[in-house]
Design a protein. Sequence first.
Length: 637
Amino acid sequence: MGTTEIKAQAGGEQHRLFMRRILTDLRALEKMLSEGLVQSGVRRIGAEQEMFLVDRAGRPAGLAIEMLKALDDPHFTTELGIFNLELNIDPSTFGEGCLRKMEQQLDQYVGKARATARKLGADIVLTGILPTIRKSDLGLENMTPLPRYGVLNKAMTDLRGGPYEFRIKGVDDLIVKHDNVMLEACNTSFQVHFQVGPDEFARLYNIAQAACAPVMAAATNSPLLFGNRLWRETRIALFEQSVDTRSHGDHMREKPSRVSFGRGWVKKCVTDLYQEDIARFRALIGLDADEDPFDVLARGGVPELRALRLHNGTIYRWNRACYGITDGVAHLRIENRILPAGPTPVDEVANAAFWFGLMSGLAEEHPDVASEMPFDDALGNFFAAARHGLTAQFHWFGGKTIPADELIMKQLLPLARAGLKHGKIDSSDIDRYLGIIEERVKSGKTGSAWLLQSYAAMKDHGVEGERLGALTRATIARQAEGHPVHTWELARIEESGGWKQHYVKVEQLMLTDLFTVQEDEPIDLVANLMDWGRIRHVPVEDNEHRLLGLVSYRSVLRAFARGAHDGRSAPMPVSAIMTRDLITVTPDTESLTAIELMRTHKIACLPVVKNGRLVGVVTEDEFMDIAGELLSQKLKG
């Protein structure tokens, strides 16, 4: 969706005219397919590299516009978040040294982006989800200030009719409510393109669907979001929910999400996908008419089909059909959107090589996957890979259930090798890239495994913000070295860059795993919570998590000292002893300000409130080790 000329679809005549344009484009494509005007017999590959911009502490840095000006290179473009960039590498013919060329281009342009970012006091990182990103980074003020992003956000939010609600269950459980599409900006990917001919499209698209689960299992790199350990490839769940325009009142209806794996095998040709998406998904955005595709065809030209392509750009299939024009000739591509960014360019090219090889190898071994595997098995495999990575169990051809790592090592790597050899890829490159996949699978050390193991090893060191900062900065350092992820040493807390930059905001210090009570609870419960959790303050909230008061250890002791609880009379409610007139802070409050509030008001606990709801607490314990340093820094400043 690269055009800047899009506009919201307001309905009525404007909507009807744009829908007519989409249908006209589809009929034009059908005519081109029937008359052999779409290229066959040519295989090209390409890729899109998304990346995060980060500051010296590894936190998101909103420098996209400044970066583009400084880079002055058409290979780079914007993404949804102002802390993201996208790199489009040049397509190349599939064969001989194309994989090596892809890696060289990635190294060249990623290196150029890194050097430019460092001149601006920042850096870049290739990772599926940035460990240090916080919900407070996802406001509209951090959306890239180009009209198309605002238009798309409004269209999706209006169609949904309410806030976006997320729940992702992993080792931890994440429940989030958000008021815009910016959660999509948490994701960055490495999207690869594979050009196919019209006559082979359905068969190869189905193979791409079957292959994506084992490829993703070997490539996972997104296990953390907001410090929560979720899926091995959390991008899948997050993206499916972040642009889901279905309202919660739709539970009685069978309505697909705009982000999906699909609903069945493709039976005939590429138009099956376009027809289904037009039928199921309302056009969110439009553009003014600039061509009649049939007039273009009559003049011997190649129509751009901009309306059809624009609508297709708002339907996010994990394997997406793409129409394009190269050197004045129309072609079709399959765009693989499942792969995360990182951990390094060579890891990314290895992932792509595995997929490209399977596209060819599976086509020889299983020419009609639709007749050999139920679609529901392919769908189940996809989500199993996203959740569990290499420990997933797959339902494979012949009705067999097989562990992901065993399937890859025993069956799929040999098939991918044969497929790349059939594509005339240099044998040394086949050994290099598939060798990386082999070593990664044997060791079990995917990007996700490295992140989770590093995070666990730092469990007893620093605070969460410091640990997440160490993960980010360690990723940047190891990426710069260029070695594949299965060779990486675990991240260390020392790599966070020092404690000071991770204690700037209350959000970086606050406790979020809280024991709370409601005002009609007995004080006996509070006393037990304090004893069990070794805590001295318990917040009081209502069913909507609105903060009502705070109970301190001293207030409980005073109540018991007055004989308010003798074990025989009715227990006293929390409302009788809680403090109602509270000093609170927000997650964005500076740590120094919070310290000064506690000193001024002689309090030992500050509830953290956002939009009227309790989101955390900070106590004097969190500040004990840093208060002196922070105040000293302020006095020196």
